[in-house]
Design a protein around this ligand. Structure first.
Ligand code: 4AD
Ligand code: MG
Length: 452
């Protein structure tokens, strides 16, 4: 039978079962009469130990090559593992010259070095673990929403709206080889989506609780450690909410449930990151999980920052957006517990956020969740569900014509509703302690970089 390394390692009391295992060689060690190999196929962090008679050794058998091995599963005499494969036949499927291969045996190369090899770095322990965690976290996000009665919606990638109104759009056009009858393929300018929110709002007006989880795109000219041009966003939208707190509860629940599921489903992979990439992160994460998230208002945040102005290159005053350095300070100030910052100035936020109608310091019912190590992880709000308020906001932004359909939603059975978006890569950075966002996505896209 063909077995994955993971399944082979899970055999409790091996008794000579004949199996075939395939994978890539992680180490070759030959002693007088015995040859030891470690083979990994990505199904687990751990590699399978292969023990063979020296006469099965060939010149082609080297670090990095791909192999197919037939043999018998037996109990291992070594303490570290339960099972090993006693090889009867070793076939090198594809050779690998270690002289030219950029990954080296026994190395723990820094993530920054590995970034040069997006086509090979997935064969290291570090990227293997990070990407398996990413896969488990993806499944956990879907479970969380399914368990809580949300309907999954495929929101479009190509859209004509700029949800966030920030103008950070990638425009979509057919390649110049394609003959288009009119000026625009879609008649209107079309873009890669920056957020599925507006489409989710449509759907929450029918399914009550909806979510989407897909790629989003922003042409931010930024070389930061937490921005990508293409990133994945988890977005939810909920109808009949009573307050911003209803939304915040789902945000905290999502963070804590998904993390608990990931810790349960791939503990070894998480442990590898916590041990070798981000020492101390295990305790920091436990601290986040066992405490209730805190809440402060934007106004309180600005007061806290003013008191600490000596720490910043720029100190915000009321009405100004917070920078990464401010977000990081606020999280530390709150004892490294995630903190919701609510009620931002209306002037800073997009047209769709609900007016708090609160006098001279005019705010909207917006919420950002700031987390240790990363800063902003979630952005969300109550949406303006009142027709006349929304009509005025759209008019002020010159968007009335394009958003007639959006206004319609406020004419035909409008309800108080709200939602949020969580940057999925930032979430992975936060739980694993990974400093650079480029290391938690298989193929990062950012300014001047779209190889592969
Ligand atoms: O705060 P943002 O812009 O919120 C929205 O787009 C809302 N329409 C979401 C909603 O309410 N449905 O983005 C949400 C999150 C941010 O908090 C951040 O974690 C992440 O998306 N994000 C990015 N992640 C990586 N690279 C970028 N360039 C990002 N821009 C935002
Ligand atoms: Mg935001």
């Amino acid at each position: 039978a063909r077995l994955s390394v993971r399944d082979a390692l899970r055999v409790q009391s091996p008794s000579g079962e004949r199996v075939t295992v395939q994978g890539w060689v992680r180490s070759v060690r030959s002693q007088k009469e015995v040859l030891f190999l470690h083979v990994n196929d990505g199904s687990s962090l751990e590699s399978l130990q292969i023990v063979a008679d020296s006469n099965l050794e060939s010149r082609e058998l080297d670090f990095g090559c791909s192999v197919e091995i037939q043999g018998q599963l037996v109990k291992s005499p070594y303490k570290r593992q339960n099972v090993e494969l006693k090889a009867e036949k070793i076939e090198v499927v594809g050779t690998c010259d270690p002289k030219d291969f950029p990954l080296k045996y026994k190395d723990r190369p820094p993530l920054e070095y590995l970034r040069q090899f997006p086509h090979l770095r997935c064969r290291t322990n570090a990227l293997g673990s990070i990407l398996r965690v990413r896969s488990e976290a993806t499944a956990a996000v879907h479970s969380f929403f399914k368990d809580n009665g949300f309907v999954h919606i495929h929101t479009p990638i190509i859209t004509s709206n700029d949800c966030e109104g920030a103008g950070e759009l990638f425009q979509v056009e057919p390649s110049s080889k394609i003959k288009v009858p009119e000026e625009n393929f879609f008649d209107v300018p079309a873009f890669l989506t920056v957020s599925g929110q507006l489409h989710l709002e449509v759907m929450s007006g029918a399914f009550t609780q909806v979510f989407t989880f897909g790629p989003t795109f922003r042409a931010e000219n930024s070389q930061s450690r937490r921005h990508l041009s293409e990133f994945y966003m988890v977005e939810a939208e909920i109808s009949f909410v009573e307050s911003l707190q209803d939304i915040m509860q789902v945000m905290e629940g999502l963070f804590k449930s998904v993390t608990a599921m990931v810790l349960a489903s791939c503990p070894e992979d998480v442990a590898l990151c916590h041990k070798f990439i981000a020492p101390g992160q295990k305790d920091r994460l436990e601290h986040m999980l066992k405490n209730n998230f805190l809440t402060i208002s934007y106004t309180e945040a600005v007061e806290i920052l003013k008191q600490a102005s000596q720490n910043f290159t720029f100190t915000p005053t009321w009405g100004v957006d917070l920078y990464t350095e401010h977000e990081k300070y606020l999280v530390e100030h709150c004892g490294n517990i995630p903190v919701f910052v609510i009620n931002y100035p209306l002037s800073l936020k997009p047209f769709y956020m609900r007016d708090n109608e609160d006098g001279p310091q005019h705010t909207v019912a917006a919420v950002d969740l700031l987390v240790p190590g990363v800063g902003e992880l979630f952005g969300g709000s109550l949406r303006e569900e009142r027709y006349h308020f929304l009509e005025q906001r759209l008019a002020r932004s010159g968007l009335t014509k394009a958003y007639q359909w959006y206004l319609d939603l406020r004419r035909f059975g409008s309800v108080p509703h709200g939602g949020f978006g969580m940057g999925f890569e930032r979430y992975l950075q936060c739980i694993l302690g990974i400093d650079n966002i480029k290391d938690v996505i298989p193929f990062p896209r950012f300014t001047h970089s779209c190889i592969l």
